[in-house]
Design a protein around this ligand. Sequence first.
Ligand code: SAM
Length: 251
Amino acid sequence: MTESTLIANPFFAGRMKRAATRNEACDRPVYARLPLSPRNGSPVPHLTSLYHFHRAGDYGDRAYPGNCGGNLIKDLLTYFEPGLVFDPMSGSGTCADVCEEMGVPCVSFDIHTGFDACNAAEFPGPETFDFIWAHPAYWRMKLYADDPRDLSRSPTLDHFLRRYGQFLRNCASALKPDGKLAVLMGDYNDRDEGFVPLTFHTKRLAFAAGLRQHCTDIIRFSHGASSGKKVYRSRFIPGLHDTCMVFTKNR
Ligand SMILES: C[S@@+](CC[C@H](N)C(=O)[O-])C[C@H]1O[C@@H](n2cnc3c(N)ncnc32)[C@H](O)[C@@H]1O
């Protein structure tokens, strides 16, 4: 095995028990040709199943762990034209900033403000919101609050899924009929638990809460993710996206 082969394939290098080194080709952006999108009556023609814009927009705080950038939220609000919006896991306030710019009324809370979105008794009442933006913790990928009610502090996957299921039931109840719930979620992987398909679990739990999927999954390219700059010894297929799923509540 030559040095150049090892460098060209950092994951192979990991298998050879050598620290993978970065190489310039991996550091440069790769341009892929996207399929043509059919013309239609959408007010946001660039909002397709492949969300590839690398600019986050000037919303929220990019330094906040798990910050999601506001442009996808803006495009969804432009598309769905909701009345009252709710962000129950608001983090640095990205959704509220987008809503303010667009003149859309928005309520937002977070565990950091003492609100537990997984507690039905604390959640706003039934049929209150036209649109809920939910960007939960991807289990323990990033730790948020020093509070056991924080979803990212769930000690086991079962515990996380039980609380996440309750969160989705709370959202389903607080939506008006025909309201929309957009959940941004990514799959998770670690040495102890292996691959955890959190996007699958999101759908399973949302359907169990009585919601149905409204439209295609929106695959959001993970531009700017901190993991993109890391070097690992082990071999794996990197996940470079998370998924926005839009659910609706039947009339
Ligand atoms: C992925 S971050 C959201 C980031 C946000 N979209 C932004 O752009 O800044 C997930 C958020 O969920 C919050 N969170 C975790 N468990 C919660 C709970 N049980 N109730 C309310 N918020 C919770 C965390 O504090 C964190 O701010």
